[in-house]
Design a protein around this ligand. Structure first.
Ligand SMILES: *[C@@H]1O[C@H](CO)[C@@H](O)[C@H](O)[C@H]1NC(C)=O
Ligand SMILES: *[C@@H]1O[C@H](CO)[C@@H](O)[C@H](O)[C@H]1NC(C)=O
Length: 983
C-alpha cells in the first residue's frame, strides 16, 4: 500500500496512474547488471572464439566414496592466484546442487540464502557414484540410468542429460563470472597511465594472454582482461542513483551465470512479474522487453500491467518446458538479480542470471514432468501447508474500516444482505500513530469486544503489522527493540532511521536470532516481562505489509544496500529474503498464541522461495483496470510455479473506482483465486458488495455463495497441494504437458484435480468467451449442464459469458462434493450435508475426492481427518454404480509429505464428529437414458429421483446434457456405500 493519493475518476486512470519508473533502476542504471549484460554482448560479438576462462583443475577433484558429492578446485585463467571451489551433489531424488564460492578471498560471500529457503538439509544419494575422467566428471543415475550429469573441466561446464539429450547446461555460453574480492587501488595521478596498466593485483599468466590473443589482440596492450571484464572498473567501488549513493565497501562481487535449456522452448516462473505465464523474451532480435526480468523486492505502486520490472517478491525458480520433458532450476541467491531470456533457436531457451552478491548455489530439478518438478521443489522447500479452512472464505478489506462501529456495521450489512464473509480486515489506521499493536482508542475503544462480536458467528479479524517501528519513547515495542539492539544498522553501525507510515522509523532485524523470541512474545495475549499485545484475541490473525522493506525516503523506496544486518551482512546480500523472515516469525507468533497451536493466517506482500510455508500472498497494489484484472490471473499462476499456491490479487483493484461491471467480473476472478480478498485504497469510494445496485448485487451474492458451496473442493485441492506440491490453481501446461497448443495458455486454468476449468472474463462488454478444450472429452457447463465435446486435436468452444455468467466447465469424468446451503461464514458449514455432482466421461465413468478435517488445528497430522473417494463406473451394461470409499489409508504415489497419512484410522476423533453428515443430493450429468431403478446397494428401497432428458456423455453431439437428480439417498459421507442405477 502506498500513500500517493488518487486524482480524478475512472476515465482518467490510464493517464493519471502510472508507475514512477524513475524511482526504480533499469539494468543500465545498475552497475553490476550493466557489467553482466556487457559481458554477454562481448561474448556474442566474439561468437565462436569466446571461451570461458573458468576451468576445473583435474588434479584437485575429489569424490566422496559413499555419497554423491564431488568437490573440485576451479580457477580463472584471468586471475590464476584467485581460488574458487566447486561442489556438485546429487540428492537422493535426483536433484543436483551446484555450488561455487571464492576460497580464501579478501572477504566472504553470502552463502546462507538456501538455508532460509530449504526446509532441511537434503539427503545426498548413496547410490549414485562419480567417474572421474581426464576431461570430465560423470554421474549416471535414474531408474533406467537415463540421467547423466557431466562436469566438464575446461572450460567449466555442467550439463544434465536425460536419455542422452541435454536438459540444462550451466556455463555453456561462457558467461560464468564470479567477480573476486579485490583491494581498491589508490587513485592514480595520471589517467593515461592507469588505462595502460592491467587492473587488479595480479599479473595475467600466459594462459590468459593466449586467450586474449585469440579474441582481440589489441586489448592486450591496454588491459589483458578487457575482452572478458571490459576495460573500465564500471561502478566497482561506489554507485549513485538519483540522490542516493551506495558506498559498496566490499567492492565488486557480482555473479553472472548462463543457464541454457537446449531442448526446451518455453519457460515459466521467476515470480513476481506482471506479464504472461510463458515468459516473453528480453534478448534476441525483437525482444518483448528491453530490460531483463528483475528480482529485487520493491514497493512498486501503480505498477505496469506488462513489464519485467521487479515487484514485491522474488522466487528464483524457473521451469523449462517442452512436449518431451520439463526441467526446473532454483538459484538460491538473496541479492538483487536480473535475468535475461532469449531463444537462439526455435527449440531452445538461453537464460542469463546476473546477481549482485552471494555464492553460486543452483539446484537442477530434473523433472521429467511438471508434476515431478513440483514434487522435487516441495521436497526442497516444503509444500504449501494446509491453511485454516476459514481462510479460504471471503475476506473483506479496505484502507480503512475506521472504527469498531464501522466494523460492526460492515458485518451487519453482510448479514442483512445474506452475503457470506469470513474475515474482516483492519489496515494501518487502527494503530495509534501507526504504532502497530497499539489501538487508536478514540476510534477503537473496545478492540477485544469488537473482535468477539465478529467471532460470534465464526468469523475472524486480520490486523496489519508492518516491520517498521515508530521511533518514539511512548512505544514499548520500539523501546525494547532499540534497547536490545534488534534493529537494522547503518553502514556506520548506528540504528538505521528511515521514513514510513509512522514517520521516523526503525526496522526490526529478523536475521538476528535475538529478535525471534522477543517478537513472538509481542503477540502473547497474557501479561509478560516484556511488553505484549494483551488487547488482542486469538481470533486476530495478521497481515504483514511493507516488508520488502518499503522505506519512503530510501533508494528505490527501500533500504540502502550498505545497511548492516546481524552477522555483519549487508542489506544487499539478503534483501530478497528479508520479507520472508518477517512473515515466518509472524506465523510462528500467531501459532504460539494458543496451546495446542492453531493454524495461523498471515498474509505477506514480500516473499522469497519458501515463503509459502508461512501463509498467503497477494499481488500488491494493483490498479482497478481490466489489464490489471487479467494480469493478476497470470501472476497467481506464476506464483504457483514458484510453489506459492495460496495467492490472489485485490478484487476490484487497489487504486481507482471500478464500475459495477468491472467489479462483478473481478469477483468472478476472486471466486477462483486461492486467496479471495477485496481491498481498496483510502481515496476510493466504498465498494463493499452490499453497496451494489441490482442486478450487480445479486450476481455478486451468487458468486460469494458459489465460492462457499465449493469450499470443500478448495480445501481438498489444498490438501492435495500439501502432500504433492502441485499448485492449487493449475495452468494448462501442468495438466496437459504434451499439448503444444496450450503452452502459452494463461487465461484459463484448473482448480486442483477437481476437473473444474475456469476462464474468467476480463474484458468489458463480453457476452461470450472461447474456452480451449485439449482433448476428445465431454465438458459440461457448470451452471447449465450444456455438454461441449472437445477434440483430440484441441478445440475452442464458445460459451455464454454475459455478466451473470462465469465461464466454468466441468470435465467429464469428475465428481464434485459441494455444500449448497448458504451460511454466513465457513465454520458454520461444518456439519452441512453434501451434494455430489457426477459428471460422466464419454465412457460413462467418473471419480472425485473429498478431504475434511477440523479446519483449524494440527490434529490432522495425527490422522484426524477423512479422505473419501467417489467413483462412478459401469460394472455391467445399463448399470451405473456410484460408490463412496475410504482413501485415508491410501498413500498417494506422489506424496511428498506422507507422514500425516500413515497415522490414519477411519474411526479417528474427527471422523466421529462428522459421522452424521449426509449426502443430501446426487446429481448425475450425461446419463444415457432414463433409469428404471435407483437404489442404495443392499437395500430394496427405491430412492426418489427426477430425470430430464438430454445429451448423453457418450454422444458426440453438443447440447444440454441429461440430468438425473437423486434426492436424499440417506447415505453418510464417512461411510462406505454404493448407489446402483439401472437403465
Ligand atoms: C522459519 O521457518 C522454519 C520452518 O519452516 C523454521 O525451521 C525456521 O527456524 C524459521 N525461522 C527463521 C528465522 O527463518
Ligand atoms: C483457439 O483459439 C486461439 C485463440 O484465438 C487460437 O490461437 C488457437 O489456434 C485456437 N485453437 C484451435 C484448435 O482452434
Amino acid at each position: 500500500m502506498r500513500w500517493v493519493a488518487l486524482f480524478g475518476g475512472l476515465f482518467l486512470l490510464p493517464d493519471v496512474l502510472a508507475v514512477k519508473s524513475q524511482d526504480f533502476k533499469t539494468c543500465s542504471q545498475s552497475g553490476f547488471c550493466r557489467r553482466g549484460r556487457a559481458l554477454s554482448t562481448r561474448a556474442k560479438e566474439a561468437s565462436s572464439s569466446w571461451k570461458s576462462p573458468y576451468s576445473v583443475d583435474p588434479s584437485l577433484v575429489t569424490v566422496s566414496p559413499k555419497e554423491a558429492i564431488a568437490k573440485a578446485a576451479v580457477k580463472s585463467s584471468l586471475y590464476p592466484d584467485i581460488k574458487f571451489s566447486l561442489e556438485v551433489r546429487v540428492h537422493d531424488d535426483g536433484v543436483v546442487r551446484v555450488r561455487m564460492d571464492e576460497v580464501d578471498g579478501l572477504k566472504k560471500r553470502y552463502d546462507e540464502a538456501a538455508s532460509w529457503a530449504l526446509v532441511d538439509e537434503p539427503t545426498i544419494s548413496n547410490t549414485v557414484s562419480w567417474t572421474a575422467g581426464k576431461k570430465d566428471l560423470r554421474a549416471v543415475y535414474g531408474v533406467k540410468k537415463e540421467v547423466e550429469l557431466i562436469v566438464q573441466y575446461e572450460p567449466l561446464k555442467v550439463s544434465l542429460l536425460r536419455n542422452g539429450k541435454e536438459q540444462v547446461v550451466l556455463n555453456g555460453q561462457g558467461l560464468l563470472h564470479m567477480e573476486h574480492f579485490r583491494n581498491k587501488e589508490p587513485p592514480k595521478e595520471e589517467k593515461k597511465e592507469e588505462e595502460t596498466k592491467p587492473e587488479g593485483e595480479v599479473a595475467p599468466d600466459a594462459g590468459a594472454e593466449q586467450v586474449v590473443m585469440q579474441v582481440e589482440p589489441e586489448a592486450k596492450v591496454e588491459n589483458p582482461r578487457a575482452w572478458f571484464e571490459g576495460d573500465s572498473e564500471d561502478a566497482y567501488w561506489e554507485e549513485s542513483f538519483s540522490s542516493w549513493t551506495d558506498s559498496k565497501p566490499k567492492g565488486p562481487e557480482s555473479l553472472s551465470i548462463d543457464i541454457t535449456f537446449p531442448n526446451h522452448a518455453t519457460v515459466y516462473g521467476i515470480p513476481q512479474h506482471a506479464t504472461n505465464l510463458a515468459l516473453p523474451t528480453t534478448t534476441g532480435d525483437s525482444p518483448t522487453f528491453s530490460d531483463p526480468y528483475r528480482l529485487y523486492n520493491a514497493d512498486v505502486f501503480e505498477y505496469l500491467a506488462s513489464s519485467p520490472m521487479s515487484l514485491y517478491g522474488s522466487i528464483p525458480v524457473l521451469h523449462a518446458h517442452s512436449a518431451d520433458s520439463t526441467v526446473g532450476i532454483f538459484h538460491a541467491v538473496g541479492s538483487e538479480t536480473w535475468i535475461d531470456i532469449g531463444h537462439s533457436s526455435e527449440k531452445s531457451t538461453e537464460t542469463h542470471w546476473i546477481s549482485e552478491s552471494g555464492i553460486m548455489d543452483i539446484f537442477l530439478m530434473p523433472g521429467p514432468t511438471p508434476e515431478a518438478i513440483f514434487a522435487q521443489w516441495a521436497r526442497l522447500v516444503g509444500p504449501t501447508p494446509l491453511p485454516a479452512q476459514w481462510s479460504l472464505g471471503y475476506h473483506q478489506c479496505r484502507w480503512n474500516y475506521v472504527s469498531s462501529d464501522d466494523i460492526r456495521t460492515v458485518q451487519k450489512r453482510f448479514d442483512e444482505d445474506d452475503m457470506p464473509v469470513d474475515v474482516l480486515w483492519l489496515d494501518i489506521e487502527y494503530a495509534e500513530e501507526h504504532k502497530y499493536f497499539m489501538w487508536d482508542k478514540k476510534n477503537f475503544p473496545d478492540p477485544v469486544k469488537m473482535t468477539n462480536d465478529v467471532a460470534a458467528v465464526g468469523r475472524k479479524m486480520v490486523v496489519i503489522i508492518d516491520p517498521h517501528l515508530k521511533r518514539t519513547s511512548n512505544y514499548p515495542a520500539y523501546q525494547e527493540a532499540t534497547e536490545r539492539k534488534l534493529l537494522v544498522k547503518t553502514k556506520s553501525e548506528d540504528e538505521y532511521e528511515g521514513w514510513c507510515w509512522s514517520g521516523s522509523s526503525a526496522w526490526l532485524d529478523m536475521f538476528n536470532p535475538a529478535t525471534w523470541q522477543w517478537y513472538i512474545d509481542l503477540y502473547k495475549t497474557d501479561k509478560r516481562d516484556t511488553w505484549s499485545w494483551t488487547e488482542s484475541t486469538t481470533d486476530i490473525h495478521i497481515w504483514n505489509d511493507m516488508n520488502e522493506p518499503s522505506v519512503f525516503n530510501g533508494p528505490e523506496i527501500t533500504m540502502p544496500k550498505d545497511n548492516i544486518h546481524h552477522g555483519g551482512w549487508e542489506h544487499r546480500d539478503i534483501h530478497n529474503i528479508n520479507g520472508m523472515l518477517f512473515s515466518n516469525l509472524t506465523s510462528q507468533a500467531v501459532m504460539s498464541r494458543t496451546d495446542p497451536p492453531q493454524r495461523p493466517f498471515v498474509l505477506t506482500r514480500s516473499f522469497y522461495a519458501g515463503s509459502h510455508r508461512f501463509g498467503a500472498m497477494w499481488t500488491g497494489d494493483n490498479l482497478g483496470t481490466w489489464e490489471h484484472m487479467a494480469v493478476g490471473i497470470k501472476m497467481v499462476l506464476a506464483n504457483g510455479v514458484g510453489g506459492f499456491a495460496f495467492a490472489g490479487s485485490d478484487v476490484g483493484g487497489f487504486f481507482g473506482n471500478p464500475e459495477p461491471e468491472m467489479l462483478v467480473r473481478w469477483y468472478q476472478v476472486g471466486v477462483f483465486s486461492p486467496f479471495f480478498r477485496a481491498h481498496a485504497h483510502i481515496d476510493t469510494k466504498r465498494r463493499e458488495p452490499f453497496l451494489l445496485d441490482e442486478p450487480h448485487k445479486s450476481i455478486v451474492r451468487d458468486l460469494l455463495r458459489l465460492r462457499y458451496s465449493m469450499l470443500p473442493i478448495w480445501y481438498t485441492a489444498f490438501r492435495e497441494t500439501s502432500v504433492t506440491g502441485l499448485p492449487v490453481v493449475r495452468p494448462h501446461y501442468v495438466v496437459f504437458p504434451k499439448d503444444k497448443a496450450g503452452f502459452e495458455l494463461d487465461d484459463q486454468f484448473w482448480l486442483g484435480s477437481s476437473g473444474l476449468l475456469v476462464k474468467p472474463v476480463t474484458e468489458k462488454g463480453a457476452t461470450e468467451a472461447s474456452v480451449y478444450i485439449p482433448e476428445d472429452q465431454v465438458y459440461y457447463d457448470y451452471f447449465s449442464n450444456h455438454a461441449y465435446r472437445g477434440s483430440s486435436k484441441g478445440k475452442n468452444v464458445t460459451v455464454p459469458a454475459a455478466l451473470h455468467q462465469l465461464p466454468l466447465l466441468l470435465r467429464g469424468g469428475s465428481i464434485l462434493a459441494t455444500r449448497e446451503r448458504p451460511r454466513r461464514s465457513a465454520p458454520l458449514m461444518k456439519f452441512d450435508p453434501f451434494t455430489l455432482r457426477v459428471a460422466l466421461s464419454k465412457t460413462g465413468s467418473a471419480r472425485g475426492e473429498l478431504y475434511l478435517d477440523d479446519g483449524v488445528s494440527y490434529s490432522y497430522r495425527d490422522g484426524n481427518f477423512i479422505w473419501r473417494e467417489f467413483v462412478a463406473e459401469q460394472p455391467q451394461k445399463r448399470t451405473l454404480r456410484i460408490s463412496n470409499k475410504d482413501l485415508g489409508k491410501a498413500q498417494p504415489e506422489k506424496a511428498v509429505d506422507s507422514a500425516a497419512l500413515t497415522k490414519f484410522d477411519p474411526t479417528n476423533a474427527f471422523a466421529k464428529t462428522v459421522k452424521d453428515v449426509r449426502v443430501e443430493k446426487v446429481v448425475v450429468v450425461g446419463l444415457s437414458g432414463k433409469p428404471s431403478s435407483v437404489k442404495v446397494e443392499g437395500s430394496g428401497k427405491q430412492l426418489a429421483w427426477e430425470y430430464t432428458l438430454g445429451v448423453a456423455a457418450g454422444e458426440k453431439k453438443e447440447g444440454t446434457a441429461s440430468v438425473l437428480t437423486i434426492k436424499d439417498p440417506k447415505v453418510l459421507v464417512t461411510e462406505d456405500w454404493a448407489l446402483s442405477i439401472q437403465l
